[in-house]
Design a protein around this ligand. Structure first.
Ligand code: HEM
Length: 213
Protein backbone atom coordinates (compact mmCIF):
# COMPACT_ATOMS: atom_id res chain seq x y z
CA UNK A 1 0.00 0.00 0.00
CA UNK A 2 1.41 3.38 -1.01
CA UNK A 3 1.52 5.96 1.73
CA UNK A 4 3.29 8.92 0.15
CA UNK A 5 1.69 9.30 -3.30
CA UNK A 6 -1.88 10.35 -4.00
CA UNK A 7 -2.00 8.29 -7.20
CA UNK A 8 -4.01 5.12 -6.87
CA UNK A 9 -6.98 3.51 -8.58
CA UNK A 10 -10.29 5.24 -7.78
CA UNK A 11 -13.36 2.99 -8.19
CA UNK A 12 -16.41 4.44 -10.05
CA UNK A 13 -18.47 4.82 -6.86
CA UNK A 14 -15.73 6.93 -5.27
CA UNK A 15 -15.30 9.10 -8.36
CA UNK A 16 -19.04 9.72 -8.66
CA UNK A 17 -19.17 10.49 -4.94
CA UNK A 18 -16.26 12.94 -5.19
CA UNK A 19 -17.79 15.06 -7.97
CA UNK A 20 -21.31 14.99 -6.53
CA UNK A 21 -19.91 16.01 -3.16
CA UNK A 22 -17.94 18.86 -4.76
CA UNK A 23 -21.11 20.08 -6.51
CA UNK A 24 -23.21 19.87 -3.36
CA UNK A 25 -20.56 21.67 -1.29
CA UNK A 26 -20.10 24.43 -3.86
CA UNK A 27 -23.89 24.70 -4.10
CA UNK A 28 -24.17 25.10 -0.32
CA UNK A 29 -21.42 27.73 -0.31
CA UNK A 30 -23.14 29.44 -3.26
CA UNK A 31 -26.39 29.80 -1.31
CA UNK A 32 -24.48 31.46 1.53
CA UNK A 33 -22.74 33.81 -0.92
CA UNK A 34 -26.12 34.84 -2.40
CA UNK A 35 -27.63 35.30 1.05
CA UNK A 36 -24.81 37.61 2.09
CA UNK A 37 -24.69 39.60 -1.19
CA UNK A 38 -27.40 39.93 -3.88
CA UNK A 39 -30.15 38.57 -1.65
CA UNK A 40 -29.17 40.28 1.61
CA UNK A 41 -32.47 41.47 3.12
CA UNK A 42 -30.84 44.62 4.52
CA UNK A 43 -29.58 45.79 1.13
CA UNK A 44 -32.73 44.77 -0.70
CA UNK A 45 -35.26 46.22 1.74
CA UNK A 46 -33.41 49.57 1.50
CA UNK A 47 -33.47 49.21 -2.30
CA UNK A 48 -37.22 48.45 -2.36
CA UNK A 49 -37.96 51.45 -0.12
CA UNK A 50 -35.76 53.73 -2.25
CA UNK A 51 -37.28 52.64 -5.57
CA UNK A 52 -40.84 53.00 -4.34
CA UNK A 53 -40.10 56.38 -2.83
CA UNK A 54 -38.72 57.56 -6.17
CA UNK A 55 -41.86 56.30 -7.88
CA UNK A 56 -43.94 58.39 -5.46
CA UNK A 57 -45.25 55.47 -3.37
CA UNK A 58 -44.27 54.65 0.17
CA UNK A 59 -43.78 51.32 1.83
CA UNK A 60 -43.23 50.66 5.53
CA UNK A 61 -39.77 49.36 6.49
CA UNK A 62 -41.51 46.23 7.85
CA UNK A 63 -43.19 45.50 4.51
CA UNK A 64 -39.97 46.19 2.57
CA UNK A 65 -38.16 43.78 4.89
CA UNK A 66 -40.87 41.12 4.51
CA UNK A 67 -40.58 41.31 0.69
CA UNK A 68 -36.76 41.12 0.79
CA UNK A 69 -36.79 38.20 3.26
CA UNK A 70 -39.46 36.43 1.17
CA UNK A 71 -37.30 36.66 -1.94
CA UNK A 72 -34.21 35.48 -0.06
CA UNK A 73 -36.08 32.55 1.48
CA UNK A 74 -37.10 31.21 -1.94
CA UNK A 75 -33.39 30.95 -2.81
CA UNK A 76 -32.49 29.65 0.68
CA UNK A 77 -34.59 26.51 0.05
CA UNK A 78 -31.57 25.45 -2.00
CA UNK A 79 -29.42 25.57 1.12
CA UNK A 80 -31.55 22.76 2.48
CA UNK A 81 -31.58 20.83 -0.81
CA UNK A 82 -27.76 20.98 -1.04
CA UNK A 83 -27.45 20.47 2.72
CA UNK A 84 -29.55 17.27 2.69
CA UNK A 85 -27.60 16.09 -0.37
CA UNK A 86 -24.31 16.64 1.49
CA UNK A 87 -25.59 14.71 4.51
CA UNK A 88 -26.81 11.87 2.25
CA UNK A 89 -23.44 11.76 0.48
CA UNK A 90 -21.69 11.55 3.84
CA UNK A 91 -23.67 8.39 4.63
CA UNK A 92 -22.82 7.01 1.16
CA UNK A 93 -19.11 7.73 1.82
CA UNK A 94 -19.27 5.77 5.05
CA UNK A 95 -20.84 2.87 3.17
CA UNK A 96 -18.16 2.93 0.42
CA UNK A 97 -15.51 3.03 3.16
CA UNK A 98 -16.92 -0.14 4.70
CA UNK A 99 -17.80 -1.98 1.50
CA UNK A 100 -14.79 -1.07 -0.66
CA UNK A 101 -12.04 -1.87 1.90
CA UNK A 102 -9.30 -2.64 -0.62
CA UNK A 103 -9.74 0.74 -2.28
CA UNK A 104 -9.50 2.71 0.95
CA UNK A 105 -6.82 5.33 1.22
CA UNK A 106 -4.24 4.49 3.93
CA UNK A 107 -5.74 5.23 7.34
CA UNK A 108 -4.75 8.51 8.97
CA UNK A 109 -2.88 6.83 11.85
CA UNK A 110 -0.85 4.76 9.40
CA UNK A 111 0.11 7.92 7.49
CA UNK A 112 1.14 9.61 10.76
CA UNK A 113 3.20 6.59 11.87
CA UNK A 114 4.85 6.53 8.42
CA UNK A 115 6.41 9.93 9.20
CA UNK A 116 8.40 8.42 12.08
CA UNK A 117 9.49 5.31 10.16
CA UNK A 118 10.17 6.92 6.75
CA UNK A 119 13.83 6.93 5.64
CA UNK A 120 15.51 10.38 5.73
CA UNK A 121 14.93 11.03 2.01
CA UNK A 122 11.17 10.36 2.28
CA UNK A 123 10.41 12.23 5.50
CA UNK A 124 9.22 15.33 3.66
CA UNK A 125 6.71 13.55 1.45
CA UNK A 126 5.53 11.36 4.36
CA UNK A 127 4.89 14.52 6.44
CA UNK A 128 3.08 16.14 3.54
CA UNK A 129 0.94 13.04 3.09
CA UNK A 130 0.09 12.92 6.82
CA UNK A 131 -0.92 16.61 6.74
CA UNK A 132 -3.17 16.12 3.70
CA UNK A 133 -4.85 13.13 5.36
CA UNK A 134 -5.35 15.15 8.54
CA UNK A 135 -7.06 17.81 6.37
CA UNK A 136 -9.44 15.18 4.95
CA UNK A 137 -10.20 13.82 8.44
CA UNK A 138 -11.03 17.37 9.59
CA UNK A 139 -13.20 17.81 6.50
CA UNK A 140 -15.31 14.74 7.31
CA UNK A 141 -15.57 15.68 10.99
CA UNK A 142 -16.69 19.20 10.00
CA UNK A 143 -19.29 17.80 7.58
CA UNK A 144 -20.73 15.67 10.39
CA UNK A 145 -20.83 18.80 12.54
CA UNK A 146 -22.54 20.90 9.82
CA UNK A 147 -25.12 18.20 9.10
CA UNK A 148 -25.88 17.75 12.82
CA UNK A 149 -26.20 21.48 13.58
CA UNK A 150 -28.09 22.04 10.30
CA UNK A 151 -30.63 19.31 11.13
CA UNK A 152 -31.04 20.63 14.68
CA UNK A 153 -31.95 24.07 13.26
CA UNK A 154 -34.11 22.63 10.49
CA UNK A 155 -36.19 20.63 12.96
CA UNK A 156 -35.93 23.12 15.83
CA UNK A 157 -39.72 23.37 16.19
CA UNK A 158 -40.34 19.60 16.26
CA UNK A 159 -37.41 19.17 18.65
CA UNK A 160 -38.72 21.97 20.88
CA UNK A 161 -35.36 23.79 20.96
CA UNK A 162 -35.28 27.17 22.70
CA UNK A 163 -34.50 30.37 20.83
CA UNK A 164 -31.21 31.00 22.66
CA UNK A 165 -29.95 27.50 21.95
CA UNK A 166 -30.89 27.76 18.26
CA UNK A 167 -29.12 31.11 18.14
CA UNK A 168 -25.90 29.61 19.56
CA UNK A 169 -26.14 26.64 17.18
CA UNK A 170 -26.55 29.04 14.27
CA UNK A 171 -23.50 31.05 15.38
CA UNK A 172 -21.18 28.02 15.35
CA UNK A 173 -22.76 26.61 12.16
CA UNK A 174 -22.11 29.97 10.49
CA UNK A 175 -18.56 30.25 11.86
CA UNK A 176 -17.65 26.79 10.52
CA UNK A 177 -18.43 28.09 7.03
CA UNK A 178 -14.85 29.45 6.98
CA UNK A 179 -13.37 25.99 7.37
CA UNK A 180 -15.08 24.92 4.13
CA UNK A 181 -14.04 28.09 2.30
CA UNK A 182 -10.39 27.46 3.32
CA UNK A 183 -10.66 23.72 2.62
CA UNK A 184 -12.18 24.18 -0.87
CA UNK A 185 -9.55 26.78 -1.84
CA UNK A 186 -6.69 24.79 -0.27
CA UNK A 187 -7.88 21.56 -1.91
CA UNK A 188 -7.85 23.06 -5.42
CA UNK A 189 -4.47 24.74 -4.86
CA UNK A 190 -3.05 21.53 -3.37
CA UNK A 191 -4.17 19.50 -6.38
CA UNK A 192 -2.65 22.06 -8.78
CA UNK A 193 0.68 21.88 -6.86
CA UNK A 194 0.58 18.08 -6.75
CA UNK A 195 -0.01 17.95 -10.52
CA UNK A 196 3.22 19.93 -10.96
CA UNK A 197 5.27 18.10 -8.36
CA UNK A 198 5.34 14.39 -9.07
CA UNK A 199 1.63 13.45 -9.00
CA UNK A 200 0.64 14.52 -12.53
CA UNK A 201 -2.70 13.05 -13.62
CA UNK A 202 -4.55 13.00 -10.27
CA UNK A 203 -7.40 15.06 -11.71
CA UNK A 204 -7.82 12.79 -14.72
CA UNK A 205 -7.57 9.75 -12.37
CA UNK A 206 -10.51 11.19 -10.42
CA UNK A 207 -12.42 11.23 -13.73
CA UNK A 208 -11.42 7.96 -15.39
CA UNK A 209 -10.10 5.96 -12.43
CA UNK A 210 -6.38 5.67 -13.11
CA UNK A 211 -4.21 2.56 -13.22
CA UNK A 212 -5.23 -0.43 -11.14
CA UNK A 213 -1.65 -1.60 -10.40
C1 HEM B 1 -20.75 22.57 4.52
C2 HEM B 1 -22.04 22.70 4.61
C3 HEM B 1 -22.75 23.93 5.11
C4 HEM B 1 -22.35 25.25 5.13
C5 HEM B 1 -21.02 25.83 4.67
C6 HEM B 1 -23.43 26.01 5.73
C7 HEM B 1 -23.41 27.37 5.99
C8 HEM B 1 -24.40 28.08 6.63
C9 HEM B 1 -24.33 29.47 7.02
C10 HEM B 1 -23.13 30.39 6.78
C11 HEM B 1 -25.50 29.80 7.63
C12 HEM B 1 -25.85 31.17 8.25
C13 HEM B 1 -26.55 32.04 7.23
C14 HEM B 1 -26.89 33.39 7.85
O1 HEM B 1 -27.61 33.44 8.84
O2 HEM B 1 -26.43 34.42 7.33
C15 HEM B 1 -26.33 28.62 7.64
C16 HEM B 1 -27.61 28.56 8.19
C17 HEM B 1 -28.38 27.41 8.19
N1 HEM B 1 -28.05 26.18 7.68
FE1 HEM B 1 -26.27 25.68 6.85
N2 HEM B 1 -24.46 25.15 6.03
C18 HEM B 1 -24.08 23.88 5.67
C19 HEM B 1 -24.82 22.73 5.81
C20 HEM B 1 -26.11 22.66 6.26
C21 HEM B 1 -26.87 21.45 6.36
C22 HEM B 1 -26.36 20.03 6.05
C23 HEM B 1 -28.11 21.80 6.79
C24 HEM B 1 -29.24 20.82 7.02
C25 HEM B 1 -30.43 21.01 6.59
C26 HEM B 1 -28.11 23.24 7.02
C27 HEM B 1 -29.17 24.00 7.51
C28 HEM B 1 -29.10 25.32 7.89
C29 HEM B 1 -30.16 26.04 8.59
C30 HEM B 1 -31.50 25.45 9.03
C31 HEM B 1 -29.72 27.35 8.76
C32 HEM B 1 -30.44 28.52 9.48
C33 HEM B 1 -31.14 29.37 8.44
C34 HEM B 1 -31.92 30.54 9.05
O3 HEM B 1 -31.93 30.68 10.26
O4 HEM B 1 -32.51 31.27 8.27
N3 HEM B 1 -26.88 23.73 6.68
N4 HEM B 1 -25.65 27.59 7.02
Amino acid sequence: MQTTSFKRYRPPALRAWHWLNALALLGTLGTVLLRKTFLSWRTNSAYIQGELQEAGTTVTPELAKAIAVGLRDRMWEWHYIFGFTLAGLLVVRLLTWFFLPKDRSPPLMQAIRAVATAPAGQKRSATHNALVRTGYALFYASLVFMATTGFLMYWKASLGLGEDLVHSIKDVHELMLWFFVVFAGGHVLGVVFAEHRGDAGIVSDMIQGGRRD
